[in-house]
Structures are given as C-alpha cells and as structure tokens.
Design a protein around this ligand. Structure first.
Ligand SMILES: C[S@@+](CC[C@H](N)C(=O)[O-])C[C@H]1O[C@@H](n2cnc3c(N)ncnc32)[C@H](O)[C@@H]1O
Length: 281
C-alpha cells in the first residue's frame, strides 16, 4: 500500500540490482514466481517454429533480462525449480558474490542445452547485467533505460542481427517507448514475444509495433506469473483487471497474477501462418 493508502503492485525494486541473484530468487520463490519458465519454453518453441536455428545460431534480445534468468533457462537443461534450489544451497553455503560467479559459470557449462540461442540482455540494473555477463548466461548485455534515453551505439550494433525480442515480467516497467526505440534499430524481420500481466494494457505497445510493420496476435490461454504478496495486492490486481473488463474468476481471484502472451511479426508472415498454426496446442 502507498503512503496515501492507495493499493498498488508490490515493489521488489531492492532485489533487482544486487551483486548476485540470491536475494532475487529467495524473495520470489515463496510467491511461486514462474513466468521465466513459461517464457523460456515458449521462446524456444518460437525459435524452432521460425527455423532460424537450423541455418545459424538464433539471436535473442531479452528486455528486462535481470540476472539472465530466461537466458539461463534457455541455454541450459536446468528448469526454474533447479535454479531456485541452486540459490537456496548457495545462500546456505554463504559464498561471496565472486565465488558464486565461478560456481554459476560452472553450472551453466555443466548443463548446456544443445542448439540454444545467443542471448543479449537489456536491463536498467547494471549489477544484474554484469553478473549475467560474468557467468556467461548472457553473451552480451547493456544496462540502459530506453524509457528515458535513445539506445547506445553498442546496443544499436547488437540489435542489427536480432531475430527475436523477448520479455517476461517487464511490461509495466517498460512501455511502448522502449519498444519503439528498439524497433527503430532492429532488422525488419524481427519478431517480438512478450508476456504482459492482465493488470496492464498491452494495447499501446501493439499500436507502436504496428507502426513498424508488425502485426500482433495473442494466445487464448493465460499463464500464471506469481502469487500475490497479500490481500492488498490481490484487491489491487482484481480491481485493475475488472477495469480492463476482464473476468478475474479462476485467475486473479484465486490469488495469482496471470499474464497474456503476445507475438508480433511482419504482417505477411502472420497472414501466411497465423499464431494458432505456428504454436499449435
Ligand atoms: C520482475 S523483473 C523481471 C526479470 C526477468 N525478466 C524475469 O522474468 O525474472 C523486472 C526487471 O525489469 C527491470 N527494469 C525496470 N525498469 C526498466 C527499464 N526502464 N528498462 C529496462 N529494464 C527495466 C528491473 O531492473 C528488473 O530486472
């Protein structure tokens, strides 16, 4: 709750830019934070369906990449449950952040996922991006805020061969401003795959992407993101989805944030193969 008594989404800002990811995972596990797992699985299916992986290593830009959470899941055979267990153990062992970097680098090398993509990370948090670069979760990464600034020359160069822009848990922090700036410097063939909480309106991003020639489709099902931190957050979320004329029954009313999945592609590709055919159930 804010100081004026109004309700809002819980603020996890303090765990987003620590020297290592322990606080992130230890804080979010009790709330069953699972959206990076849904993201990693769906993004891998998309790359496979797109077929770039057959010709060369696919290249992803993960927006709001944090400590390389989605990158770790995509580049290894580990699932999120294993990652949570790993950081619980690392916390008990009281390793320094420097020691944990070495352990994590080893973990990533021990469990490689064959044919996994190159992952570039973008996040406003420099220590999180730095950690993910040091462990090898990210192949490249920048700490920038495209809500405020134009992309750096480094980011523009990295964007030139990106196949897929992804985000989990990012929309709300980033808006159409960030996507507009990324699309200005991305190849025309780029796809954008985003999970957006039902409490937020993805409409402005859809409009912006359409000005860059991308058409957006949504999967019919929703994906649980995490449990609410308590009844106040639940009241806020239920009210927000009702404002958006969505029914919270079976979703937010059961105590969970739910996200929708949107895919934006060049209009000709959507016409040729709609999302329902691209990702059959
Ligand atoms: C809920 S976390 C999601 C992290 C990760 N994608 C996941 O699914 O676990 C939100 C992330 O957004 C980042 N963030 C907040 N504002 C941002 C901005 N303007 N540009 C880029 N990243 C931002 C935070 O630093 C944090 O890492």
């Amino acid at each position: 709750m804010t100081s004026d008594g109004s309700l809002q989404k819980a603020d996890f800002g303090t765990i987003y830019d620590q020297p290592d990811p322990r606080a992130y995972f230890l804080t979010l596990e009790p709330f069953d934070y699972v959206i990076p797992q849904h993201g990693a699985e769906l993004f891998a299916r998309l790359l496979q369906a797109r077929g770039t992986a057959q010709a060369r290593r696919s290249r992803i830009l993960d927006v709001c990449c944090s400590y390389g959470v989605v990158a770790t899941l995509m580049k290894t055979t580990l699932d999120l449950a294993a990652v949570y267990a790993h950081y619980r153990d690392a916390t008990e062992q009281a390793l320094t952040s420097e020691q944990l970097v070495d352990v994590d680098r080893g973990l990533l090398q021990e469990h490689p996922e064959p044919g996994s993509p190159t992952v570039i990370g973008l996040d406003v948090a420099p220590r999180a991006v730095g950690y993910a670069l040091a462990t090898g979760a990210l192949d490249a990464g920048v700490a920038e805020n495209l809500e405020v600034n134009a992309p750096s020359a480094e980011l523009c160069a990295l964007m030139s061969e990106v196949d897929l822009i992804t985000t989990t848990g990012g929309v709300g922090y980033v808006t159409e401003r960030t996507f507009d700036r990324l699309l200005d410097v991305a190849p025309e063939s780029v796809w954008v795959a985003a999970f957006c909480l039902r409490t937020y309106d993805y409409g402005p991003i859809i409009e912006t992407l359409s000005t860059h020639g991308l058409q957006t489709e949504r999967l019919p099902q929703t994906f649980p993101q995490r449990r609410f931190t308590g009844p106040e957050e639940e009241r806020w979320a239920v009210a927000e989805v009702r404002k958006r004329r969505l029914d919270p029954a079976g979703k937010e009313a059961e105590g969970y944030y739910h996200a929708e999945f949107y895919l934006s592609r060049p209009a000709s590709e959507v016409e040729q193969q709609p999302l329902a055919q691209l990702l059959p159930e």
